[in-house]
Design a protein around this ligand. Structure first.
Ligand SMILES: [Zn+2]
Length: 281
């Protein structure tokens, strides 16, 4: 598997890098000096398993996590630093700990998502890469959603898992330049949640993913990315009922999060460019 990953890592790194560069585009985020507190930070824990050194190398080279962290630091004012720490944890999970203000992203999770993407996507390397990069990106934003819900008094009234999904959906759906990579997360979740192949994938189990959650995300991303609607329908990713209301629902969710986060926004977000789905089937 590591050989497969190594063969692909340059392309996967480029996908992540492209997304990160878009996320830090000055068209979206204001230019300002990084503050000295209330920052999003990235750390890499010591790696004992040789296979995981490759993941660390790709992450460090692509700087995708650092770029996301810098973008969010310029956008939100936090009462505390929030650190994303990539490390070996002994399980294929990602978690948030309030006491240390730390999001833990496990190398075991990166490995499990890559293995599952490769196994389920079969010979379609492009699809496997899209699933891997999209899913890990989604998971990072889901975890940052958990973090924000704990460090900011947002009072969403939502269950934490639903709120974390909504944050990821709004952040990615509202500010995405490469929807295929983001929608890769949706394809991955649609194909794997509840499947035998995904049994034991810690993140899906610990965060309670089921079909209803995946359908909510599908509707949200369809509403966020109307240009992708035909593609989502072709892949049968949309729930059969309610699809026509997805645009309205996403807009309402986006407005709600704008209001919730408004007291902590340093730089107002500008409109995102119109998304396009290059190369969609
Ligand atoms: Zn969660």
């Amino acid at each position: 598997m590591v050989k497969v990953f190594l063969a692909r890592r340059a392309r996967a790194g480029r996908l992540w890098l492209g997304m990160a560069l878009w996320l830090v585009s000055p068209a979206l985020f204001g230019q300002m000096a990084a503050p000295e507190s209330g920052r999003f930070l990235v750390e890499y824990g010591p790696v004992a398993t040789e296979d995981y050194l490759r993941y660390e190398e790709v992450l460090r080279e692509s700087r995708v996590l650092e770029s996301v962290a810098a973008s969010l630091t310029r956008t939100l004012h936090l009462p505390h630093d929030i650190t994303v720490r990539v490390e070996e944890c002994g399980s294929s999970d990602a978690s948030w700990e309030l006491a240390s203000h730390r999001v833990q992203l496990c190398y075991e999770l990166l490995q499990a998502v890559l293995e599952l993407s490769t196994a389920v996507a079969g010979e379609d390397d492009e699809r496997a890469e899209r699933w891997f990069s999209g899913t890990i990106t989604f998971i990072v934003f889901h975890q940052l959603g958990h973090a924000l819900l704990d460090v900011l008094p947002l009072k969403t009234g939502l269950a934490p898992e639903l709120a974390a999904d909504q944050f990821a959906m709004v952040a990615l759906g509202g500010a995405v330049g490469q929807p295929q990579e983001v929608l890769g997360a949706l394809e991955f979740l649609h194909r794997t949640v509840g499947s035998e192949e995904a049994a034991g994938l810690g993140f899906l189990e610990a965060h309670g993913y089921d079909r209803a959650r995946v359908d909510k995300l599908a509707c949200g991303f369809a509403g966020a990315l109307p240009a992708a609607m035909p593609w989502l329908e072709e892949l049968q990713l949309l729930p059969l009922s309610g699809a026509p209301r997805c645009g309205e629902e996403f807009a309402a969710t986006h407005r709600q999060w704008d209001l919730w986060l408004a007291p902590w926004v340093r730089t107002p977000l500008k409109s995102a460019p119109r998304p396009r789905v290059a190369g969609a089937p």
